[in-house]
Write a protein that binds this ligand. Structure first.
Ligand code: FES
Ligand code: FES
Length: 214
């Protein structure tokens, strides 16, 4: 019967042998390694807190720096530290798209992005889409198609549509639906949103406000 104090493959003798080998390795090379690790950790602690740390990035073409706890989300940093409240926090768990922003050209949920992860990044929020006092064509199109009711989801939809059109200048309706699949409109304004996206890409809207094909 196996001895529970000495499981198969493990004995006090093999334990002592392992410790002996480890100790030798530590003696020979581990000290330098431990110093390197300690230096890395010190750098990481400087960047990642746990207290407030300085994090610098670009928002809408402007260099900014916030001093916050690194566990803060990008959404909170934008809204609470930088006053950019166009980015909405609705579900706060990555399932509605209300907080969509563009990080280095890619769509991102700001509620699911730590501010410590955007060190040095270039971020565009809905406030940064208009240029020279002129709305982005996507914004114009959302207005023209009345693609909002309460408007709370609208910034996220507009940013997600902008990213889609940057990548696919003339998307099909199916591509639009797929690209905006991470955005939820509780008011159910989808028909007008899809039409707005089509028109912003220079294509004719294909559904009227009741959803019938033209
Ligand atoms: S608030 Fe970020 S995805 Fe809903
Ligand atoms: S317009 Fe109200 S949630 Fe979309």
């Amino acid at each position: 019967m196996p001895d529970p104090n000495h499981p198969p493959g493990f004995s006090r003798r093999s334990f002592m042998k392992t410790v002996g080998v480890s100790a030798t390795v530590t003696t020979l090379s581990g000290i330098a390694e431990a110093h390197a690790l300690a230096r890395e950790q010190a750098e990481a602690d400087k960047l990642f807190g746990p207290g407030p740390v300085a994090i610098a990035f670009t928002v809408n073409g402007k260099a900014v720096e916030v001093r916050v706890e690194p566990s803060m989300t990008l959404a909170d940093a934008l809204r609470l530290e930088l006053g950019l409240t166009g980015t909405k926090v609705i579900c706060d768990r990555g399932s509605c798209g209300g907080c969509c922003v563009i990080v280095n050209g890619k769509l991102a949920n700001a509620c699911m992005t730590l501010v410590s992860d955007v060190q040095g990044a270039s971020i565009t929020t809905v406030e940064g889409l208009a240029q020279g006092g002129k709305l982005d064509p996507v914004q114009e199109s959302f207005l023209r198609h009345d693609a909002l009711q309460c408007g709370y989801c609208t910034p996220g939809f507009i940013v997600a549509t902008r990213v889609l059109l940057n990548d696919v200048p003339k998307p099909t309706l199916d591509q639009i639906k797929k690209a905006l699949g991470g955005n939820i409109c509780r008011c159910g304004t989808y028909t007008n949103i899809f039409n707005a996206a089509l028109e912003a890409s220079g294509q004719a809207p294909i559904m009227d406000q009741k959803g019938a094909s033209e």
